[in-house]
Design a protein around this ligand. Structure first.
Ligand SMILES: *Cc1c(COP(=O)(O)O)cnc(C)c1O
Length: 389
């Protein structure tokens, strides 16, 4: 009977025990604290002889359900949920690193993660060295005796490059590093980095996990002893996810597999349409044969994801013009929403970078990032087509 269930089933059937009211759908436990039977109960709870909820900065039933689901879907031992994806990223580094420690990271990481590495962690004497995702043979040369964490996202944002997780695992093992993967773009439905040796997996739940552009959230899951450190840091510093957002996100996970299937089905069609269009220089989508790491993507991903990157002919001006001509799709900073979103990184999110730094992470002047949504694919393509015209 204890046979492991499929990920779709875990996403639906992992839920809190029913209350005395025998509700079918899990209720919202909007409470900041919990009560104790007596002094002894309270003492034993605080010393952790008893596992129970004390205060929602530490744990809350809705938050625990959300974490349990992600753990089952990712194949992780334990986890902790955060108010945002960035709180998850920051708290993971802050909990595990000491002054003098060193990180080796892919150069193309989420913008705020990059700022964390360059502006804030150096304040505590934690330094980061970067490798080019298309030159993994350079990674080992960056490792020093102080290196503790090897960090990457795959697919990357916004250029959808793919990094071989098995290769990272081999390097992490050889040099005794903690391998941390931000799995936000893939979701646990498409890719499970722990199966490839990652010690920790981070998500911004704000993206495809919520999937409807409503709430912010984040989570780190993985090896129990590391999560314990992250938990102790977080219960004292306060980045906890709110019970309300945990409740929303746990409900969202019930539909993650079907949503992601459809997102990817639409994304493939959008990518194929763009690849044939005369005004496009190139299209990058992990499951197109033309993607430079197509074989790696096929090896480690179930589907290609919902992000399609492409370059409009004519540089920055053409990219801006294209965005201005979009009618239905949204111009927004989010991704993984039901609504298709287009962004032009060179003139917006990455405009403060020098051109050579942008090119180093494959953000060319005409690059457009599309987060393909769940509208009818013909309507998405029609909007892109008229904008290109
Ligand atoms: C959005 C995002 C984050 C940050 O998440 P927030 O919930 O916005 O704080 C981190 N990593 C990646 C890859 C993201 O896309």
């Amino acid at each position: 009977m204890s046979k492991k269930k499929h990920i779709e089933t875990e996403a639906i059937r992992t839920q809190l025990n029913r209350s005395e009211y025998l509700e079918h759908s899990v209720p919202l436990y909007l409470t900041s604290s919990f009560v104790f039977e007596d002094a002894e109960d309270m003492r034993a709870s605080f010393t952790e002889e008893k596992e129970r909820n004390i205060y929602s900065r530490f744990t809350n039933p809705n938050t625990s359900e959300f974490v349990d689901k992600i753990c089952k879907m990712e194949g992780a031992e334990a986890g902790y949920a955060f108010a945002t994806g960035m709180a998850a990223v920051f708290s993971t580094f802050a909990a595990l690193l000491n002054s003098g420690d060193h990180i080796v990271s892919a150069r193309s990481v989420f913008g705020s993660t990059h700022s964390l590495f360059t502006k804030f962690l150096p304040k505590w004497n934690i330094k980061t060295s970067y490798f080019d995702v298309n030159k993994p043979e350079t990674i080992e040369g960056l490792i020093t005796p102080a290196t503790k964490i090897l960090y990457a996202e795959s697919p990357t944002n916004p250029a959808v490059d793919i990094i071989d997780l098995d290769l990272l695992n081999n390097i992490a093992k050889k040099h005794d590093l903690i391998l941390v993967i931000d799995n936000c773009f893939a979701t646990p439905y498409i890719q499970q980095p722990i199966k490839h040796g990652a010690h920790l997996v981070i998500h911004s739940a704000t993206k495809l996990i919520d999937g409807q552009g409503r709430v912010l959230g984040g989570v780190t899951v993985g090896q129990a002893d590391l999560i314990r450190e992250i938990y102790l840091f977080s219960r004292n510093t306060g980045p906890a996810l709110s019970p309300f957002n945990a409740w929303v996100l746990s409900k969202s996970l019930e539909t993650l597999p079907v949503r992601v299937e459809k997102h990817c089905e639409n994304a493939v069609k959008v990518a194929e349409f763009l690849e044939k269009h005369p005004k496009i220089n190139w299209v990058k989508y992990p499951f197109l044969k033309s993607h430079p790491q197509y074989e790696v993507a096929k090896k480690q991903m179930k589907l290609g994801g919902n992000i399609v990157a492409f370059e409009v002919k004519g540089g920055i001006d053409a990219g801006r013009k294209f965005l201005n001509a979009i009618k239905m799709c949204s111009l927004s900073a989010n991704l993984g929403d039901t609504r298709t979103i287009v962004t032009h990184p060179a003139s917006t999110t990455h405009s403060s970078l020098a051109e050579e730094d942008r090119l180093a992470v494959n953000i060319t002047d005409g690059l457009v990032r599309t987060s393909v949504g769940l509208e009818h694919v013909d309507d998405i393509i029609a909007d892109l087509e008229q904008a290109l015209g």
